[in-house]
Design a protein. Structure first.
Length: 310
């Protein structure tokens, strides 16, 4: 038991639960409600989620290994590697999680008779390693990589569950669902990119002492906050455009998005302009995570609204 709690903190289980929940939502809160053909059985889809979660967990572990000294300054109360778990144990965990996740990915790829798709899991695992060891030290590159990986966890659902079930008879229908997945992936990318930059502002002191080249270190916290302010209008306009073009006739969906996504995003935009302290930026980071969660949940609201208004 003494090892379990540090292990759960090391892999950031709350983020992993959110990742798994997000992938479950798309299948059971969207695809199943729309009653479309899917390539994977329920237990196979569970393995796809498990593979994604294990590789992501490995990414968190390797990131924590290379962030030991930074975390001592930024988050001294949450330091795990070198304190509760030795570096050797952490490396063993990383290898075990990543290899298992990639192996499951190989199996799923063969289930859909697309063995070449296994390279996707290897590429993601390699990218997470490169991020932890070098990419995160490059200004904005690390932020973009993390945001892309989260959005790809949405797209991968379409690659393994929609694409193999697509034929000439349902190509147009499946293309529509894949485009909706892509829209949500873009939304996830934009929100998570904002969050990654906000986290950099929050962690400026520790990152500076480790010689990292983040945007707040390069141009200052205040200017970076103003850039985030400007960038926050992109997802805001994106959502409003999407509502107006595709969802305006669905009253309940429109109200949901205005109350739980657009409203909080406007609040974020206002607050980030004046935010100065570490505590304020930490709050804004949590707020963005909530916006992302409610945004993903909107796919269930859309599905139910369409089904019962049809």
């Amino acid at each position: 038991m003494t090892f379990v709690v540090p292990f759960l903190k090391l892999i950031r289980y709350q983020n992993l639960l959110m990742l798994a929940f997000m992938q479950l939502i798309f299948r059971y809160g969207f695809f199943k409600i729309q009653n479309i053909p899917l390539a994977l059985a329920d237990w196979q889809y569970g393995l796809l989620i498990l593979s994604t979660v294990l590789i992501a967990a490995g990414g968190y572990v390797i990131n924590n290994i290379f962030d030991q000294h930074t975390d001592v300054i930024n988050k001294p109360k949450t330091v795990i590697v070198g304190k509760d778990i030795s570096e050797i144990q952490a490396y063993n965990l990383y290898i075990g999680l990543t290899v298992t996740g990639v192996a499951i990915g190989f199996y799923i790829s063969n289930v859909i008779v697309k063995p070449g798709f296994a390279s996707i899991f290897i590429l993601v695992a390699a990218t997470l390693y490169l991020y932890a060891t070098s990419l995160k030290q490059m200004m904005l590159i690390g932020n973009i990589i993390v945001a892309l990986l989260l959005s790809f966890s949405v797209i991968i659902i379409g690659i393994f569950d929609l694409y193999p079930a697509t034929g000439l008879d349902n190509q147009q229908q499946m293309g529509l669902f894949f485009s909706i997945l892509l829209d949500y992936a873009i939304f996830a990318f934009m929100i998570n990119l904002l969050r990654e930059i906000v986290k950099d502002i929050e962690d400026t002191d520790g990152d500076y002492n480790q010689g990292m080249n983040t945007l707040p270190i390069a141009i200052g916290k205040s200017r970076t906050g103003k850039i985030v302010f400007g960038l926050s209008f992109i997802p805001l306009f994106f959502i409003l455009f999407y509502i107006n073009k595709y969802l305006f006739e669905l009253l309940f969906v429109t109200l949901y998005l205005l109350l739980f996504v657009v409203g909080p995003l406007i609040f974020f935009t206002v607050k980030v302009w004046t935010a100065k302290t570490k505590k304020e930026f930490h709050f804004l980071s949590i707020l963005l995570k909530c916006i992302l969660l409610f945004g993903i949940l909107s796919v269930v609201v859309i599905s139910l609204n369409i089904k019962y208004n049809a």
